[in-house]
Design a protein around this ligand. Structure first.
Ligand SMILES: *Cc1c(COP(=O)(O)O)cnc(C)c1O
Length: 452
């Protein structure tokens, strides 16, 4: 099964050589998807009885498969939420693989888990959580939200049991009508109801609307989710008024900050997030605005013990782990085997220091404001709303969805940018999501020029 050692070395050299060139290559093209038919023609037949060898397989990836994947950290990639990993984080991701670290338990991965916890504790302190707070790096925000909500429901069940209250026929999680789709997805997995509360005219969820929902659903509510930066607009809910209500009623407060909570690292933005310090749980995705590679979500609990009660898996072969008082990351979310996926962020933070992160996030916020002003000045373009974080939503007057779609296809075909249409209250709109420190005003005005 294992190749002889010369062959092994050659394989590692070939792959690392490609990884190195790819990681430091300055002008990586945006690239674009191919159709299944095109890829069948160009790339099928790689799985053979005796193997095609590392050189051919690498060449196939480099020349055919990789160019059929959009470069999500390209400065002109402005759709969805882009990625923008630092070179340090990218490079260290290779080390995580090379080291075969098991990140699920302290017994097996203590060094890695310790380093990850350094990052989680730093984040927790930035968000104003108390010293006992802690968490785990999960695969992504969807799994992070699900894990937090499972913990919240477990805590509510235990409270009911202790006080002799019967569980409701249907559990309810209250969130904003603008909450991310992963909340509805978590609710479906958990077989609970997600109640979407209308937002105010400012697009934000407020405490009074949450209070009304709690009045309506009473004891059935096991958690309230506030969004720290909606994906479509970057809107931050009125967390402090929501936290006042959840604290009054003793309801779990979860903050979904997958994209936006990173902005709290910028001192001038802290006020926007007032109230986060009251969260029972929160998430922020390093693969979004914390410059780490796919995929990682930092899930942090105010009281990690509550998560252990909900998530620790018990099995005879695991007794030696679960019987100990060790810090086992697997006990805090929906997973057992775990890549130490927080290590690339740890290495990059350790290498560069925190100030570089604050500046890189501030760049996105500043750029969003600048391009919003520019959009306001250009005839035929108008802003849908003022940006709060680094997402700018705007329209090209008189265009239908088909116009936007045709323009977007052409923009990618010409390799000028990746900007897909979004929609707001049924109206098709355009959206710039800015994450990369390499995205500039020139990048953005160049794209606006193609709209006239
Ligand atoms: C992206 C996002 C998610 C989902 O995160 P994934 O890492 O894609 O699973 C959840 N909530 C918000 C607000 C997001 O922006």
């Amino acid at each position: 099964m294992h190749a002889n050692s010369d062959e092994t070395h050659a394989t590692v050299d070939i792959v690392l050589d490609y990884a190195q060139r790819r990681a430091v290559y300055e002008n990586v093209p945006l690239d674009k998807p191919l159709t299944p038919r095109e890829l069948s023609r160009l790339a099928s037949g790689s799985i053979t009885r005796d193997g095609i060898g590392a050189r051919r397989a690498t060449a196939l990836f480099e020349n055919v498969l990789a160019p059929a994947c959009v470069t999500t950290d390209h400065p002109s990639y402005l759709s969805f939420i882009p990625s923008a990993p630092t070179k340090a984080a990218i490079a260290f991701d290779l080390v995580v693989s090379a080291s075969s670290v098991y990140g699920g338990s302290w017994m097996e991965g203590s060094g890695a888990v310790f380093a990850e916890n350094e990052v989680l504790h730093w984040l927790a302190a930035e968000f104003g959580l108390p010293a006992g707070a802690g968490g785990v790096f999960m695969q992504g925000g969807t799994i992070g939200n699900l894990s937090a909500l499972v913990t919240a429901r477990d805590a509510a069940r235990r409270r009911h049991r202790e006080s002799g209250v019967a569980d409701p026929a249907r559990w309810v999680v209250v969130c904003s009508a603008e909450a991310h789709s992963s909340i509805a997805s978590a609710a479906a997995v958990m077989d609970v109801d997600a109640v979407g509360v209308p937002v105010g005219d400012d697009g934000r969820l407020h405490g009074d609307a949450v209070a009304a929902a709690l009045d309506a659903h009473g004891d059935a509510v096991f958690a309230v989710v506030a969004t720290g930066g909606t994906t479509n607009f970057g809107i931050v809910d009125d967390i402090s008024s929501i936290a006042e209500v959840t604290r009054d009623r003793g309801v779990w407060l979860h903050i979904d900050g997958a994209y936006g909570l990173a902005a709290m690292l910028v001192p001038e933005m802290r006020a926007v997030f007032a109230g986060v310090e009251h969260a029972d749980s929160l998430i922020v995705d390093p693969h979004k605005w914390l410059f780490a590679p796919f995929d990682a979500c930092a899930l942090i609990y105010r009281e990690p013990d509550r998560a252990r009660l909900a998530h620790t898996q018990h099995a005879e072969y695991l007794d030696t782990l679960t019987g100990s008082a060790d810090w086992n990351p697997s006990d805090l979310g929906v997973q057992l085997t775990r890549r130490a996926r927080g290590l690339p962020l740890w290495f990059s933070l350790a290498t560069h220091g925190t100030e570089m992160y604050r500046a890189a996030i501030a760049h996105g916020i500043d750029l969003a404001r600048e391009i919003a002003d520019e959009i306001g000045r250009r005839p035929g373009l108008s802003l849908v709303r003022d940006p709060q974080l680094s997402v700018v939503v705007f329209r090209r007057e008189g265009w239908s969805l088909a116009d936007y779609a045709a323009w977007s296809d052409r923009l990618l075909d010409d390799q000028v940018g990746f900007v897909v249409p979004s929609s707001h209250r049924g109206e098709p709109v355009l959206r710039f999501a800015i994450v990369s420190p390499l995205t500039t005003m020139d990048t953005l005005t160049g794209i606006l020029d193609t709209l006239s």
